[in-house]
Design a binder for this molecule. Sequence first.
Ligand code: FES
Length: 273
Amino acid sequence: MYRIVRKEVMSPVIKLMEIEAPEVAAKARAGQFIILRIDEEGERIPLTIADFDRSRGTITTIFQEVGYTTRRLGALEEGDTLTDFVGPLGQPSEIENYGRVVCVGGGVGVAPIFPIARALKEAGNEVISIIGARTKELLFWEEKMRAVSSELLVATDDGSYGHKGFVTDLLKQVLEERGKIARVWGIGPVVMMRAVAETTRPFNVPTIVSMNPIMVDGTGMCGACRVSVGGETKFACVDGPEFDGHQVDWQLALRRLNMYREEEKRIIEFHEG
Ligand code: FES
């Protein structure tokens, strides 16, 4: 059993949970994820790793309550336990000293971008970070991100904090004004990651995105998490979750996402009437 040792309510629909899982924490690296199951009957859900603490033996994850299982998870409290907590899964981010890099996090995507930005900084990169959310209340970890970045830029869609507009407006400015950018990471909703990839494409800057499709087994067997990258079928759980944003078939990714959204609605209706 895996105990929830800390819970923070970041916004009415965004929760942070720090979970005791020493074996996962010992091996976790930036860019990876876990798959958890609340109880025997529960479905498996993948969540990106927002932080890990090897001495405390914990993994921190931040999630948005978007479906039946994340709502159930969000209702758990400190001291409650989870039946399964498997990981770390997926390929870690390729961390090297690239020079000057940009990390873009949108919405809950700020959570997984944090350990990547930190690892890039530790590897000697100059890290410019851009974080954004729909509105100020949904923005979190600004100080944590500032601590691992040489510069932090903030955007909100409604202008309630920082730049009024999208993270990609700020990304474009950085690409135009800051000289050579060696690499960009973008994590957030699919439409945002597509926009990040389209922003960097004319500048020819390698761009990494983290795909978070529906996953079932997390071992490359079921095919639920397939994405098309450079015309090839890849499984996000074993080949990813990070891929070259310029090669991802975004239309297909969006179609598959919407397909499951309908399914999810039916599951919620079934359970909650
Ligand atoms: Fe089954 Fe990736 S989750 S193949």
